[in-house]
Write a protein that binds this ligand. Sequence first.
Ligand code: ATP
Ligand code: HMH
Length: 474
Amino acid sequence: MNILSIAGSDPSGGAGIQADLKAIAANGGYGMAVITALTAQNTRGVSGVQAIDGDFVTAQLETLSADVRIDAVKIGMLANQEIIGAVAAWLDTVNAPVVLDPVMVATSGDALLEDAAALHPLLARATVITPNTAELGALLGEAAAQDWELVLEQARRLASAHDVLVLAKGGHLAGAQCPDALVSAAGVLAEFSSPRLATKNTHGTGCTLSSALATRFAATGDWATALEQAKGYMLRAIGAADELQVGSGHGPVHHFVDFFGAADPMAAWWEDIAPLRAGIDELEFIVQLADGSLEREKFEYYLAQDALYLQRYAQVLAQASALAPELDSQRFWAKGAGEILEGELQLHRSHLVEGLANPSATTLNYVNHLSSCNSSYPELIAAILPCYWLYQDIGKRLAAANYEGHPYGDWLQTYASEEFDESTAQAIGMVRAAWKLADPAQRERMRQAFLRSSEHELAFFAQAHAESVEFSTA
Ligand SMILES: Nc1ncnc2c1ncn2[C@@H]1O[C@H](COP(=O)(O)OP(=O)(O)OP(=O)(O)O)[C@@H](O)[C@H]1O
Ligand SMILES: Cc1ncc(CO)c(N)n1
């Protein structure tokens, strides 16, 4: 898909043409650029603007469209009335969806267009306009809205007045969420909200979102889908912004987060518990379980404790579902809870003499650790993760040790299925996604929750032999 950005240059690379080309490429488009103005700009502010002659903007546009098919247009900084006129006239000659970001002020607060009213002739030629709250107010000749209801109301009126779609953006409002909504004269067509990330590096968010939106629309043909995808991309790019070190003011977002973002934190966590994993493999309980020499009494002790554990664990999974931020994760954790209650516990009961045992101190320690994480979704699912990941890992080796007539053969098979592999991959994915949105302190709490659970897993396997275990993960 060929996506044209008509915008100004930002030498610092975080906004304007430079951001647009990066965002278009990162979203799978082929980026092209017609430059309307040069700015002298860094992450702290704009110190100068040199607009291109309107005639030369026209020359760039006409030369390009004489040769190249244009699948979508994104418009950013237009600087003055002459350029607005040139772009408006050219738009009458092309037939492509147009995302117009009515750029008036930079993230730093510097003016990039003198008069909001000058944009009016362009509004009806756009397919979607993407004003922030200040720009929305200015386009209506009103004060900027301070709450989301009023933003939506203003967006509806602007959509109605110019017969366009308006992407209302709540990024500038106070609050823990950053909602965006696609609004037509009839009302809200789609709304997507994301958590507000704690970073000052938001230079060029507006340019980036509008370019991603144009690119995703060219690929999907559906504005709601395009917005959902662009918003997800935006969140990842802002989430990784602090990995870049550009300037001392409002730095850029990480446009290529999906390609060159930091190394996978989940892989690092897995390495962190390497000593615990080795420790589990060496436990007498595991060695004897694998070769079948484990005393029945010890196996039944383990199963009784595990049955007690699983009842509480199912409640913890249900709690993760209750805390989960969206439908997929809600469904995933609730399904996990259901499967434990119907499947795994069933297997345990078939091995057990009914009505046994109280939870051991080891079992209680583990479930209490899980419960202690249950007010924070990211920490709770980080604490849950070893229950999937370690069992999947050990399950593979135990299944490989299975043989015809093995006394614990059905148990050895339990955790070595494609379904369990798939669930484990999904659980890892959900923890990774929550990690990306977390701030550094929360990330460390997540890592600790994961490490502690891994230690409890080792202690749990050891308890039937009352083997003493030493923990060594920091
Ligand atoms: N701190 C943040 N955390 C998460 N999302 C954010 C944050 N800041 C902005 N966004 C999102 O970035 C997108 C662009 O929004 P914003 O309203 O900031 O645009 P803008 O003001 O036009 O940008 P610019 O500052 O580049 O002019 C929106 O989807 C918004 O929700
Ligand atoms: C060139 C240019 N366009 C747009 C913005 C808006 O952030 C900016 N800062 N610079």
